[in-house]
Ligand binder design. Structure first.
Ligand code: NI
Length: 210
């Protein structure tokens, strides 16, 4: 069952250049299964939700993150039960980051594993690379010292504010290590977080010629 879902997902994200390509999905699936196995989660649920977690995301063009039509269609085509479909769609809705001021803690350990994996793929060296790819995709400036980071207090504000890629570190990436759910993910996140801090330090020292 999962191989046919993953083939469909691979086809759907093959042309993505926003940092949400197939290899992001691939890494999140592996990481979520790793976390899930240490945390005693149902790995079929974890893997399925991880595979489908970005297909209906608001960050991507023409998405419907309320009804998740693409994920639902693929699950239906694979003959999943209504119960299983609801479980997966609930996780997908809970996974997404909605802004610094908005808590989104998943209601199941499977959801926590997928959310942690998705967040870990947004930090560290890969997170840095993906953030610049996404900024380019959104026509954002890389850095503009006149634009200050914003602590978003609503999802609408987070979705609509124009920012720079460097600001995105302060608005999201550096906050993620304290928003991880599981002990396994917190251990992995620690080192990735330190690497981002070092990156920013080097970035500013080059920018300012110090
Ligand atoms: Ni993702």
């Amino acid at each position: 069952m999962l191989s046919s879902i993953s083939e469909s997902v691979k086809l759907l994200c093959q042309h993505d250049s926003s940092g949400h390509d197939w290899w992001h999905i691939y890494r999140v699936v592996n990481l979520a299964k790793h976390i899930g196995s240490k945390e005693g989660a149902d790995l079929l649920v974890v893997e399925t939700a991880a595979l489908l977690h970005d297909l209906d995301d608001w960050k991507l063009d023409s998405s419907d993150s309320e009804n998740l039509p693409i994920a639902r269609k693929l699950l239906n085509e694979n003959g999943s039960t209504e119960d299983f479909i609801e479980k997966i769609l609930t996780i997908i809705k809970e996974v997404s980051y909605k802004g610094a001021g908005i808590e989104t803690i998943p209601s199941s350990i499977e959801g926590m594993a997928v959310q942690d994996a998705d967040r870990l793929d947004a930090i560290g060296a890969i997170g840095i690379a993906r953030t610049f790819a996404y900024g380019g995709h959104k026509n954002q400036p890389m850095h503009n010292p006149d634009l200050k980071p914003i602590h978003h207090s609503s999802y609408e504000e987070y979705k609509s504010t124009r920012t720079s890629t460097i600001n995105h570190f302060y608005e999201k990436l550096l906050l993620l290590k304290d928003r991880l759910n599981t002990k396994t993910a917190k251990e992995i996140g620690q080192q990735r977080h330190i690497f981002m801090e070092q990156f920013l330090e080097q970035f500013y020292s080059e920018w300012n010629l110090d």
